[in-house]
Design a protein around this ligand. Sequence first.
Ligand code: NCD
Ligand code: ZN
Ligand code: ZN
Length: 431
Amino acid sequence: MALLIKGGTVLDPGRFHGRADVLIENGLIAAVIRMEGQARRQPSPASGELVVLEATGKLVLPGFVDLHVHFREPGFEYKETIESGATAAVAGGFTTVCCMPNTKPVNDSQSVTEFILDRARAAGMANVYPIGAITKGSEGVELAEIGELRAAGCVAISDDGKPVTNSAVMRRAMEYARAFDCPVVDHCEDTALVDGGCMNEGVVSTELGLPGIPDAAEEVMVARNIMLAELTGARLHLPHVSTEGSVRLVREAKQRGIAVTAEACPHHFTLTEEAVRGYDTHAKMNPPLRTWNDVQAIKGGLKDGTIDIIATDHAPHAAHEKQLEFVDAPFGIIGLETAFPLTMALVEEGVLSLEQAIAKLTVEPARVFGLRKGTLAPGADADLTIVDPNEAWEVDSGRSYSKSRNTPFAGWKVKGRVRATIVGGRVVWTA
Ligand SMILES: NC(=O)N[C@@H](CC(=O)O)C(=O)O
Ligand SMILES: [Zn+2]
Ligand SMILES: [Zn+2]
C-alpha cells in the first residue's frame, strides 16, 4: 500500500520548505514531490492501492523526536505504561521517544531493554528507544554493562532522576561510553546543595517558606561534566537545563570545541517560579522553575544554538501522589501533549524561526543521539507529523492520553495543533 500526503506545506528543516506532496511506500519516504506552479504528475505507486491524506493548509513535518521521557513500565504502571506513554507521544506529534531508565527494576540490563522494546512494538504507536543506566541500579557505584546495553538497543546512558555523584565513576563511564560512541546524559544536581529543597531558591521560596534549590546545585554539576567530557572526549548531553549560568557554561564549552549538547524543556522556557505561588504541586519539577532572567537566558540559548534541542522530560505521577504537601509531592510533570504548542509560542514571540523550532523537535534531537530519524529524505522511515500551526485549542488534562494528569498547563489556551501522526507509514493518530 502507498500513502500520498497531498497539498500540504512540507517543512523538512535544512532540506526543504514549500508546497509539496509526500509519497510513502513500504513504510518509507518514496518522494517529496514539489509543486512548482505547474501541474504535477500524479504519482503511481509501484503496486497496489494509493490512499490519499488531504493536508491542504497544514504543515507536514518529520515526526517529532523526544530524547527525554519517563514511561513508568516496568514497576510503576499506575503512573504510565509504555502503551499509554507511546499513545500520549503520538497524540503530541512525537513519533520517536527515548525513555529514561528510572523504572523498577532500573534499566541496567539487556533483559529490561528487550522488555521495553517488546512492549513498544506491541503498542504499535511511537518508536520507543530505551536509555540504559550508567550505574547498576542507578546507585552511582558500579558501572552498568554499557556495551551490553548498547548492543541490546539502548541509544544513550543516563541515571536520570539521580546524578552520578562520584566524579571518578563518571569519568570511567565516559571512557567506556566513548569506546561505544554512546551519548552520556547526566542529571546535573549536587544533592548536598539541594538538601531537601523543593523549588528555586530566592525571594519567592523565602516568601512561601519553602526550602530552596540554588542555581549552583545544577551549575556545579554542569561544569564538572563539561570538564570530564573534555578529559575523556565523550559525547555529553545535558538534559533539562534551567539556569542562566548553565547556558553560559554550555556556550563557553561549545566555543572551546567540547562535544557537549544541551536540551531545554517547554516548562523551563514558559513558566517561572511564580507558578509555585498557591503551592500548586503541578509546578514542582526537577530542576525547578527558575526566574524570568533564567527564562530569557534559555530563550537566548535556544536562539543562538547553545541549546540544541527541546525535550519534554515527560514525568507522569498519579493524582494521589501530587495531592501531597508541596514539600512531599514528587518532582515532575507530563509534557508530551503540550510541547508542540508551547514551542510554537517561541515562534509567535520571535525567539525562533519556524524552521529553527521544528529543527529542535526533529533533525537536531536525531543528530544528538545519532538516530536515523527526524528527516523526510527519500528512503527515511516514514515518520511524519501533520499540524495546523494556527489552530487554537484549550488544554484539557482530563482528555490526556497519558495515565497521569500532572500538568501546570491545564486550561491554557494555546495555538498549534497536531492533526495526524504517521509512524512507519501507518497513520497511528488523527484529530
Ligand atoms: N524531572 C522530574 O521532575 N522528575 C523525573 C526525574 C528527572 O527527570 O530528573 C521523574 O522521573 O519523575
Ligand atoms: Zn533529571
Ligand atoms: Zn527526566
